[in-house]
Write a protein that binds this ligand. Sequence first.
Ligand code: TRP
Ligand code: ZN
Length: 876
Amino acid sequence: MIYQENTQAIYRKDYQQPDFFIDSVDLHFSLDEDVTLVHSRMTIRPRTENQKKPLILNGELLVLKSLKFNGHVLNATQYHVDKTHLTLPNVPAEAFELESIVEIKPQENTALTGLYQSSGNYCTQCEAEGFRRITYFLDRPDVMARYTTTIVADKSRYPVLLSNGNRVEYGELNDGRHWVKWADPFPKPSYLFALVAGNLYCHGGKFTTRSGREVRLEIWVEPQNHDQCEHALQSLQKAMRWDEERFGLEYDLDIYMIVAVGDFNMGAMENKGLNVFNAKFVLCRPDTATDDDYEGIEAVIAHEYFHNWTGNRVTCRDWFQLTLKEGLTVFRDQQFTEDMTSAAVKRIQDVRILRSAQFAEDQSPMAHPIRPESYIEMNNFYTVTVYNKGAEVIRLYQTLLGKDGFRRGMDLYFQRHDGQAVTCDDFRAAMADANQVDLTQFERWYDQAGTPVVEASGVYDATAKTYALTLRQQVPEHLQAWHIPVAVGLLGKEGQDLSLQLEETAPAKTTQVLELRELEQTFTFKNISELPIPSLLRHFSAPIKLNFSCQRQELAFLMAHDSDPFNRWEAGQQFAQQVIFDLLADWQAGKTLQLDALFSEAVLKILQDDKLDGSIKSLMLTLPTENFLGQQQAEVAVDGLFAVRQFVLKQLAEVHYAEWLAIYRANHQMPYSNSATAIACRRLKNTALHYICRLDTPETVNLAEKQFKQSDNMTDQQSALMCLVNTFSEERGQAIEYFYQQWRHNPLVLDKWFSVQATSYLPDTFDNVKALLQHQDFTLKNPNRARSLIAVFSQNQAQFHRADGLAYQLHADIVLQLNATNPQIASRFVSVFNHWRRFDANRQALMQAQLNRIIQHPNLSKDVYEVVSKSLNVKG
Ligand code: TRP
Ligand code: ZN
């Protein structure tokens, strides 16, 4: 096999400090459609005195035009250049200056890392290792330098020239070009460098910090999007205020800029003072963006803003520490959203993501601890494990130490490490030291992969009036016990919370956080005067699987009464899961299916509960996904799960038809508002519409069609379209065409058009997806567009995992195309095949065949190679 790129793994244990530091760098960009010149002048200093180490700089896809050492031109015998490095074998033991000029071609950059073009504008993406595609450098996060950046470009085509920090000088040249010089006073790693040049509109605003400094805020977008920026600006202002109030953290420059670009591999990037965003997380207007889009924008804007302290002021020593900034920053944005919207709704949404994507990753050959031990391509480790499980691990500190204790730990972390590049151990030490607790065992959350499984069992002693709860963690052979906080409540007969006392001296509470540190521990509650129903793992207090055998009556009881809204939802999900798996057994035995009456009744109670918030209610009325259900099985029963889930949905629709319709009518309000109440109404109403449309009668189609045509907002329009796309009606095709004509000139809305069609559960979905690949507006070059069709379809379990394997083949074709143009996206897409061993023999063989085909491809990127080789378990 021929692998063009080096596929050697890099190990965490091999970390060594850099031999050289770069204290300052002065960059000069001459942007041109043909070749762009990058001139760099660096002051470099050996780490230790008298060292005789060669200077090895990273650099890829660069054409070196000139190299000067302390002002003297070097000739080709004095340095060595290969595909990935520039080496100077002999450098002095004191500080020196190195100056280079390289040529790059951003217009040919389809990988969207380094300097590239999007809609004719220039922008950069340097994390993790993209800066080396711009100039020769020590491209690693523990090398922090002060940057000045001068950008020269044609003034008419690129009137706006941006980089990190403050704009210090500007001027015009006599050939129609102009220039701007930026200076960033804060030393930073190269991955936080950014440059933007283009024709952009500025939506401006301001923020006054609590110490009274005025900060200029700028949202930069393509001119036609000028009317879609206000929500992003307000989100930024809210995030800035929240970080001051919750963590005492203020912004530190006089200007904060956000640029929206159409072509972007990820969500957004926290470059110092100059965030670059996927336009999807900036632009919105009621008629073009859904309620979920609005929330996503607020969360991502906050996330990138929060990085200014957790990531930029205190950064990572090496990429194995990625969760130090990402887990912590995701946790911070989750807490922010909990405060801005509803804590319960946000918690449920976050746990759904964790369970469906991260628990699945833990079950796959790409499983890794939140702090990985090795990688071939770092870009493959921007994962739900590092991000979302990482955030859960940060949440554990807060659960164990309390909000105030967590804040003390954060304060100490900044006090100790501001301006440094540090490790996860440094963070854990700050938490431990600030609270004088021992967090040694806690390190296992960082070095052990996998989802801990905990078995719970309870014994009630009526005479002693005690309830003894035993928790037992199943620890795989080569691993050790985790330190797990388990939040517990006990409910009495009336559904009331019982008062819980663990020790004589400790205060009684209705929720107690039990600390499970051993393989098995029993916790005994006293003065429990009636047989309680336990509510375990409240608010999902740890990222584990908790097994506790519960009768259906008990689940129905918790579903109706638990004071912890998360567990109320959870009881409903477990109930639904039991019902579905029982029906699956019947389906597999060829029996006629009948919906469990107790479940149907429990659903009715939720439907009729007037005290429940509409957002929670609609989550409680949503069944676990096929993907999640499949994870609970030894072998995913693709067709059975699909059939049974469809059956349950249709039954619930029919049995409670009158209630669904009543809910629909009661919540169908016009006109649009974006208040929390209005959002809750829309969520509930659209959940009802989805059930109603399961019946696929002329009346139900008509209801959806009316909403589709009359709605004044994208939430309602998209929901209605999704309903229609799942009917066999004539209106289906008409709606698809109507939506296309209405929105064909708005790329973000057109993405929705592709996605909605790819999510349909009707049997013609694969053929439609194939046809859409040929659509004039489809392109693999734009990551959002590629995801909207390909990634979305690959998550459509029953349709993607067709028994004939045709969807697998098509998917592999696309992965190979993307491998050549955008390896990061190719690698993300190929990851669906990671789960191949969890399917039946036929599907396994079909997926394995595609993986084998991919790995034999002659020019495989390391991104795709790493995932596929791990998937196939290829050694070395
Ligand atoms: N640090 C970014 C974040 O906020 C992640 C990111 C953006 C990224 N673009 C990227 C990571 C490209 C790798 C490659 O989470
Ligand atoms: Zn981040």
